[in-house]
Design a protein around this ligand. Sequence first.
Ligand code: UD1
Length: 424
Amino acid sequence: MDTIVIGGGNKLHGKVRISGAKNAAVAILPAALMSTGKISLSNLPDINDVRTLIAILENLGVAIRRRGRNAVELNPSRLRGYSPPYELVKKMRASYYLMGSLLARFGRAEVPIPGGCDLGPRPIDQHLKGFAALGVDIEIEHGLIKLAVAKMRGAHIYLDVVSVGATINLMLAAAAAEGRTVLENAAKEPEIVDVANFLNAMGASIKGAGTDVIRIDGVSQFGSAEHMVIPDRIEAGTYMMAAAATGGEIVVEDVIPKHLEAVTAKLREMGVTVDVEPERIWVKRTDHLLPSDIKTFPYPGFPTDLQPLSMALLTAAEGTSIITENVFDGRFRHVDELKRMGAQIKVEGRTAVVEGGQPLSAAPVAATDLRAGAALVVAGLMARGETVLSEAEHIDRGYEQFEEKLRGLGASIKRVRSRGGIMV
Ligand code: UD1
């Protein structure tokens, strides 16, 4: 496992360009295999989850041509099968989108139960309930979800929980069902809109993405399309918080500020100066950080993916902050690691109380998942001394050139690669 070594104390300064959105890309790639034409994708983030999905598509028979670091051309006209391999699928949660897209293409899919970040229990009952409503037969055997249907038929589907994954997966399947599907209580994340735009570019008929009612009129074929992935609002939020944490001044470029309104509002509440231009956001902290209460919610609420980062940041705010995690049970595994660095945090159920203001001190810590890893890096940037973060591969699933971008902003951060247990 790789280790990241962070020297604390440098204020971040400068510009950082934001990559394409992970959570859009990991749905758009599986969606591409619904097409029998040529697909051209740009602004794909160069991250491990994208590499894994490209390997899965290749394994299923998609012809792939890379066009530099962030673009790819796909020709899914001749697929070999509908059973992606366990070894690749287990690496990431978003492989569940192969269920919806393979159903749309073949009326069949055999997908191992997906892996991904351990954020407590992450059921997929709403995905399966929706597939069943479209007429799909579902069997779960030996860790494999087997789906089969002669012809999917549109249906009214009410989601019992607001789920990004279920909303997208059902959009994928319903795009190829006969007749109209209405998805109610749908999630409204910008990534859902991006996936719907891509599907529509391939010939789908989807209206209402970005609201809580999505109407999908099924079509029988999907053709060629070109698509540019939207910017990653979570990556942008990460650098905004890192700048606020270190007391620096940075510009995040190539973002859609509207997608970051909840984050901008919270940073301003904490006394951070945030100036918004059409495609960039300036973040500057000169004063003390003020404590703040944060509650995570589905979009447009404060994103759960930035909750661990906000917690690292609030350890620097003098006074008591309360963070309530409403989206995932058990997304507080970073707390113990932050405490190793001297943070004073108490967790009760879904609530964490942060008593901030004491400087953090460097310690050996481990990334328990993707965003927890990023939060510990931000904590390391604030801490006195040299923080050594192990299990750094979690970060590579979702951040393009994380250390390089931070170094570009003046951070002292380096990767120590481990081969066969030896640090090199
Ligand atoms: C997606 C994002 C993840 C983000 C999360 C919430 C991707 C690849 N991942 O994850 O980064 O943290 O949205 O914004 O886009 N639930 C059920 N049954 C289901 C599905 C979900 O009970 O069938 C629950 C979950 O346990 C959770 C809540 O619904 O408590 C929201 O989960 P969901 O929006 O589905 O998250 P993911 O799509 O897994």
